[in-house]
Design a protein around this ligand. Structure first.
Ligand SMILES: *[C@@H]1O[C@H](CO)[C@@H](O)[C@H](O)[C@H]1NC(C)=O
Ligand SMILES: *[C@@H]1O[C@H](CO)[C@@H](O)[C@H](O)[C@H]1NC(C)=O
Ligand SMILES: *[C@@H]1O[C@H](CO)[C@@H](O)[C@H](O)[C@H]1NC(C)=O
Length: 511
């Protein structure tokens, strides 16, 4: 469709909106305008009139049904609500940082002991290992100064019997994998000491840079005699037993911190690391004097990386003012009701399911699919988060993917208008997630008091959803304090690259 024609069409249909916007430059956005924005996006997906005329079977234009618009109204958070969300987040960050309130705080703000980020000028060869699921990765990162990074890696499956056996058995196996890597890449020269970073993506209680006690196993692991022990030391001992005396574990991190470290190597303005994937979490650079639980000596920067664990934000009711009955319905069906409230409104593990819950309500009210559902649609977790991305990625007026998805869900005969309304539901759910994360970023930037901040982001929702990045750029621009510059950058492989870079930074310290 020609750009001029498109503009004309938009002008015709949205004369009201355009006039409204033309009334004044970048004023406070109101609730109403948020609604218009989504409508604009949705309505521009309508087939051009000429397509309708070409097809005599189409008698009326597909419309957004009032019932669907009503159903989704609560999902359209306005900027006042987002600012209130930001205010409450900052209160909870302070609670987590403060000694007196940390134990009872919902947002934990764990101290990571990382005081410095990479500068980009690091040189040398560093190792990293990454255990976070059914695979174990060993990596070598060769750094040669600004933008010069070469990475080599090997991946090993972790067999079920190692995941459920003794801790000794598991760590010996990990050391065997490292030994294979060392053999293959010839890292045995005893005169060269290699610093290693260890990404261990299980709940940890960090005691120092390379000392971290595992609090409990998750993700299908359940090794005996490990909970409460220092995993850095367990791996170091196993490595030593295997005869590799030139490898030193310098730092234990998890994927969120790794995301920030990895992005900071590329961009020194990077001060926030964010995951919007299966789960959500954020870390940021705090002043040591504000982090009351930090009890080590200042190595010079006066700063410390804080792991917020913000997925739990709202577990004490502080997000009830924006939670909907559909969020509550979803929560009640999870294995941890009432917990990870923030995460359940945002992350990829739940996004598809929220949409499904809404679709079921819409069907039961007769607002979708002629009031008819299917077994699959009425089954939990059958509407995948990737469908949300796929439906929203469709070009204007194209509903083929949507029809295909619902065909596979046992609903082969839905109409274009159904698809258009489904798309609107998906948009409302994904934009709410993008807007909440945006307000969260603004909260972290305000807490830090920085004037120029880059944010390193990873995770499937950020990476694969077609509009989340753009929605975040727009919303942060609206919410942020005047004069603050920000950038959002994709930062992949925090758990690998990030861990090796963390080791490179830690290697600079002489104890
Ligand atoms: C917080 O919990 C820790 C460990 O249980 C305890 O040692 C500490 O005294 C508690 N702090 C406060 C302020 O209650
Ligand atoms: C991430 O690391 C921190 C310490 O740096 C730890 O307290 C936290 O439990 C970890 N979280 C996850 C999900 O691995
Ligand atoms: C983990 O193993 C212990 C025995 O070592 C057992 O008592 C416990 O029930 C297991 N937990 C899970 C979640 O399988």
């Amino acid at each position: 469709m020609g750009i001029l024609f498109r503009i004309l069409l938009v002008c015709m249909v949205f004369g009201r909106l355009i006039t409204k916007k033309a009334n004044g430059p970048a004023t406070e956005q109101t609730d109403e305008e948020d609604v218009y924005r989504l409508d604009e996006f949705y309505d521009s997906s309508r087939p051009a009139p000429i397509e309708v005329a070409d097809n005599p079977k189409v008698t009326s234009r597909p419309i957004l049904r009032p019932q669907i618009k009503g159903l989704m109204a609560e999902f359209l958070l306005n900027n006042d609500q987002l600012r209130e969300y930001e205010r409450r987040l900052i209160i909870d960050l302070r609670k987590g940082l403060n000694k007196q309130t940390h134990n009872s705080s919902i947002v934990k703000c764990f101290v990571t002991y990382i005081q410095d980020l990479p500068t980009g000028r690091e040189k040398g060869t560093y190792l990293a290992v990454d255990l976070g699921g059914t695979n174990f990765r060993v990596l070598m990162v060769e750094l040669g100064g600004p933008e010069k990074l070469h990475m080599t890696s090997m991946q090993f499956a972790v067999p079920q019997e190692k995941m459920l056996g003794t801790g000794d058995n598991l760590f010996t196996y990990l050391a065997d994998c490292i030994a294979m890597f060392v053999e293959k890449y010839n890292l045995k020269n005893p005169n060269i000491v290699y610093s290693m970073g260890f990404t261990f993506s299980f709940p940890l209680s960090q005691k120092s840079l390379n000392k971290a006690l595992i609090e409990r196993w998750t993700k299908g692991f359940n090794c005996s005699d490990v909970v409460g022990q220092d995993v850095g030391m367990l791996l170091q001992k196993a490595i030593q037993r295997r005869g590799m005396k030139n490898i030193e574990i310098k730092v234990v991190i998890n994927d969120t911190t790794g995301t920030l470290i990895s992005a900071a190597w590329k961009n020194p303005a990077c001060r926030i690391g964010l995951i919007i994937g299966t789960g959500t979490n954020a870390c940021y650079v705090e002043k040591q004097k504000c982090a009351q639980l930090f009890d080590h000596k200042n190595r010079g920067s006066g700063e410390i990386l804080i792991n917020t664990e913000w997925g739990a934000f709202g577990d004490d009711g502080s997000l009830d003012f924006i939670r909907t009955r559909y969020d509550l319905e979803l929560d009640a069906q999870t294995i941890n009701p009432g917990r990870q409230v923030h995460e359940k409104m945002i992350s990829g593990m739940y996004m598809g399911e929220i949409v499904r819950v809404l679709l079921v309500h819409a069907v039961k009210n007769g607002a979708l699919f002629g009031g008819k559902g299917s077994h699959a649609l009425f089954t939990r977790n059958m509407f995948l988060t990737k469908y949300v991305s796929q439906i929203e990625a469709q070009a204007a007026g194209n509903h083929a993917k949507c029809m295909q998805i619902f065909g596979e869900l046992g609903l082969p005969h839905i109409s274009e208008e159904d698809c258009l309304n489904v798309r609107y539901i998906c948009q409302c759910v994904s934009s709410r997630a993008a807007y909440m994360v945006s307000a969260g970023i603004c909260g972290l930037i305000r807490k830090m008091g920085e004037k120029n901040v880059a944010v390193g982001i990873d995770g499937s929702v950020y990476t694969y959803h077609p509009h989340v990045h753009r929605l975040m750029m727009e919303k942060i621009q609206e919410l942020i304090m005047p004069g603050v510059q920000f950038q959002l950058m994709l930062s992949t492989d925090g758990s690998g690259r990030g861990a090796a870079l963390a080791a490179a930074v830690a290697a600079k310290y002489e104890n």
